[in-house]
Design a protein. Structure first.
Length: 521
């Protein structure tokens, strides 16, 4: 349904140009004229494609007239000035089908073949083939690719795979990609695991929240964001691919440990809202010293206090090269959005293990006090959230959330009521009321950031960046919004206005692309 056939739509566009362009330049009230033209007769020839035409383009024509431009598709290469208002959406030319429980609800851009090679690239149905025919041995691959992709050959030559310590057993291009050039393979973790069993095991261990579940469970099976168009769902894969491939931290084709030990390797994914670990680390004394001196350290050495002045991400979260990144975590809390006291008695063993890590460089009392300060800060942040949600729940119970929940486009599970009710579908970020979005942000962006700030010893963020100041502000915004909603409702009641959600909450050029909404039609 999102798979708009651009060939067809460019024919339509051509027709539109032929018939409409004279009007654009001659008529001052084009929008009016356009309404007089019967689009259906124009499109008779391609009747089946008519359904794929963007429906109401009145706005585009009005804007085109204002800007002195032509209305056109957004994939023509023409520049549409001033915000692209005279253009309309065409969608990607090619989409790959989704997989898993919600596979029928969403598609991906072809780039998914690199993120999920086992299912897409290496699969006969989606395999892209090649212009080169034949079976080759490694020396042939290398010779040809020295011309075809010299950078890759150089990086491979720098890796241990091209010159293993023993001198024997070179791991060539053909070992990871296969010999048959028409049926090349893109290696997911299983191929690496054939020789690196210990790392594979660690990587596949750990429950929810771990790298082992980053892709199939969190993004495919739990159907996160499935109500979104392909351009957006595909954007999640770049990071969540960490499950499928082993080159997230030591990148291909150097597979360098020096690179993986630095915090920058985790930062590609562990930064930004919902996962501020890198920013928090950088704000801490650990990060300050790493930034100041890290360039001079010998990163070929294993991560321990003997070799490094301050710890990096892998030092703390992958002790002894343990590839299960959550083996040091106290308990799963969905990025810190569930409340737990990590200092409670039942977690004594994990807490002691953390103190033992700090003890490489700090006194145990110092470590214990700082970790306890984290526990207390986290608990307090939930007090503010409860205060906020008590207000929001009250609005919900009195039917005061605007737009009225029933007026919203549903999500992938068909759920279109209040998005903050646990167990009733996903917490959504789009097409929810302002107050729901504010509450969502308080929990998922701010509370989460408080945990990340305190666990990584950032000093700026907990006060100014993401804690007191931000959470206080959000609490005020929620109260302010609630106050307005209540007052408007009282006025409406008094003068007898019956309000229902405006249609723009349900429909619009973007909103119409939401699968949930389309399904409901
Ligand atoms: C005769 C030259 C030649 C030889 C030998 C050769 N390649 Fe290639 N390879 C190419 C060219 C050209 C391309 C890009 C065009 C294409 O894939 O159709 C390519 C593309 C690739 C790609 C990228 C595929 C994609 O979908 O983008 C990989 C991986 C690859 N080669 C691996 C190998 C391996 C492994 C060998 C040895 C078994 C090998 N090549 C031998 C010329 C060669
Ligand atoms: C140890 C395994 C391994 C070896 C050896 C290896 N590759 Fe790769 N290669 C990978 C991985 C992993 C990817 C990423 C796959 C994906 O994106 O799904 C990749 C991707 C590629 C790509 C496509 C992505 C891009 O960046 O363009 C090309 C081309 C390629 N390799 C060529 C080569 C050539 C040529 C050699 C030999 C000089 C080689 N590879 C050796 C693991 C390997
Ligand atoms: C055919 C066996 C084989 C396969 C397949 C293989 N490796 Fe290796 N790997 C080796 C050997 C051998 C070494 C070198 C060990 C040494 O010299 O100490 C090595 C070394 C490494 C190192 C350490 C490099 C260093 O500087 O010490 C990393 C990281 C690595 N491989 C990752 C991978 C990844 C990721 C994949 C899959 C994309 C992979 N390997 C596939 C055999 C393999
Ligand atoms: C290619 C992206 C990527 C890289 C690189 C990466 N991670 Fe992750 N990491 C993720 C994703 C995605 C998740 C969430 C997993 C899930 O959804 O189940 C995650 C989860 C985690 C978790 C568990 C979080 C929780 O809430 O339970 C830890 C700890 C972690 N990563 C540490 C690291 C460390 C340390 C590094 C660097 C050595 C690193 N990661 C590198 C993507 C990445
Ligand atoms: C910049 C990299 C990045 C992008 C892009 C990204 N994520 Fe994540 N995601 C992560 C990391 C890292 C974590 C783990 C964070 C933590 O626990 O602190 C995570 C955690 C999650 C979790 C919670 C997993 C758990 O069990 O704790 C879900 C669900 C999730 N992401 C969904 C998505 C969706 C849906 C998208 C696209 C809209 C997306 N992510 C885009 C990096 C990313
Ligand atoms: C979260 C980041 C990350 C991911 C994902 C990751 N690695 Fe590693 N890997 C590291 C780090 C960091 C080190 C260095 C550990 C150390 O120095 O203690 C390492 C070291 C290694 C080594 C060298 C071990 C040694 O002692 O010489 C191999 C081999 C390896 N990884 C293979 C893999 C394989 C196979 C996968 C996928 C199953 C994988 N890695 C996925 C971060 C990662
Ligand atoms: C000094 C050690 C240390 C360093 C360095 C460190 N962390 Fe942490 N990290 C912690 C502690 C302690 C926690 C809270 C763990 C707990 O008790 O569950 C934590 C929590 C996390 C979590 C949430 C895990 C969960 O189970 O919810 C992620 C993700 C994470 N760190 C990633 C990183 C990344 C990425 C870096 C580097 C930018 C990093 N950490 C650097 C100590 C460290
Ligand atoms: C490899 C050594 C090393 C490890 C391990 C380590 N730190 Fe640090 N840490 C340092 C250094 C060096 C500094 C800067 C000098 C100082 O303040 O002691 C520092 C500074 C700090 C500071 C700021 C000090 C202040 O007085 O403001 C805090 C807080 C901190 N670390 C907490 C921890 C915690 C908690 C752990 C364990 C989860 C930990 N560190 C593990 C080396 C380390």
């Amino acid at each position: 349904m999102l798979n708009i056939n651009t060939k067809k739509s460019s024919i339509i566009t051509l027709l539109l140009f032929i018939f409409f362009v004279p009007y654009i330049s001659t008529s001052s009230s084009f929008a009016q004229k356009r309404e007089e033209i019967n689009l259906e007769t124009l499109l008779d020839e391609t009747a089946s494609a008519a359904g794929e035409m963007p429906g109401d383009m009145k706005f585009q024509y009005e804007m085109a007239e204002l800007l002195g431009e032509r209305v056109g598709p957004d994939d023509s290469g023409s520049v549409h000035h001033a915000g692209g208002l005279s253009s309309f959406y065409t969608g990607p030319e090619k989409l790959f089908p989704g997989k898993g429980t919600y596979g029928h609800l969403f598609n991906f851009l072809p780039v998914i073949r690199w993120y999920d090679p086992a299912h897409y690239y290496n699969n006969d149905i989606f395999h892209p083939g090649s212009t080169v025919e034949g079976e080759f041995v490694n020396t042939e691959c290398v010779t040809c690719h020295m011309v075809e992709s010299p950078g890759i050959v150089k990086q491979w030559k720098q890796s241990k795979h091209s010159k293993p310590s023993g001198g024997e057993g070179v791991v060539g291009c053909d070992r990871c990609h296969g010999k048959n050039h028409k049926k090349l393979i893109m290696p997911s973790y299983d191929i690496c695991g054939e020789c690196h069993e210990k790392q594979l095991q660690g990587h596949r261990q750990g429950g929810q929240g771990s790298h082992a579940n980053a892709y199939h469970l969190e993004l495919i099976e739990l159907g996160c964001q499935t109500e979104k168009p392909a351009e957006e769902t595909t954007a999640c894969l770049g990071c969540h691919v960490v499950e499928n491939r082993c080159d997230g931290c030591h990148t291909r084709h150097r597979f360098s440990l020096t690179e993986a030990r630095k915090p920058n390797s985790c930062a590609v994914c562990h930064s930004g809202p919902e996962q501020y670990e890198y920013e928090m680390y950088m704000q801490s004394y650990h990060g300050m010293i790493f930034q100041g001196e890290g360039q001079t350290w010998d990163w070929t050495k294993p991560l321990n206090a003997e070799n490094y002045t301050v710890p990096t991400c892998a030092y703390c979260h992958m002790p002894e090269g343990d590839h299960n990144v959550i083996s040091t975590s106290t308990v799963y809390t969905y990025m810190g959005t569930s409340l737990v006291d990590r200092g409670a008695d039942r977690y004594k063993a994990t807490r002691d293990a953390w103190i033992a890590v700090c003890k490489d460089c700090h006194s145990p009392r110092f470590a214990r006090d700082h970790l306890e300060a984290m526990d207390e800060a986290v608990k307090l942040s939930f007090v503010k959230y409860r205060e906020a949600m008590r207000i929001v729940m009250d609005l919900y119970n009195h039917n005061l959330i605007d737009p009225m929940p029933a007026g919203l486009a549903p999500d992938s599970t068909g759920h279109n009521v209040f998005s903050l009710l646990p167990g009733k579908g996903e917490m959504r970020k789009y097409n929810v009321s302002n107050i729901e979005r504010l509450a969502y942000e308080m929990l998922v962006d701010i509370i989460d950031a408080i945990f990340k700030a305190k666990s990584h010893n950032a000093y700026y963020s907990p006060v100014y960046g993401y804690w007191e100041w931000a959470q206080d502000r959000w609490l005020i915004m929620i109260k302010d919004e609630a106050s307005k909603l209540k007052r408007i409702a009282e006025i409406e009641k008094k003068i007898g206005i019956k309000h229902s959600a405006y249609s723009f909450w349900k429909q619009g050029e973007y909103t119409d692309l939401l699968l949930g909404w389309k399904r409901k039609e």
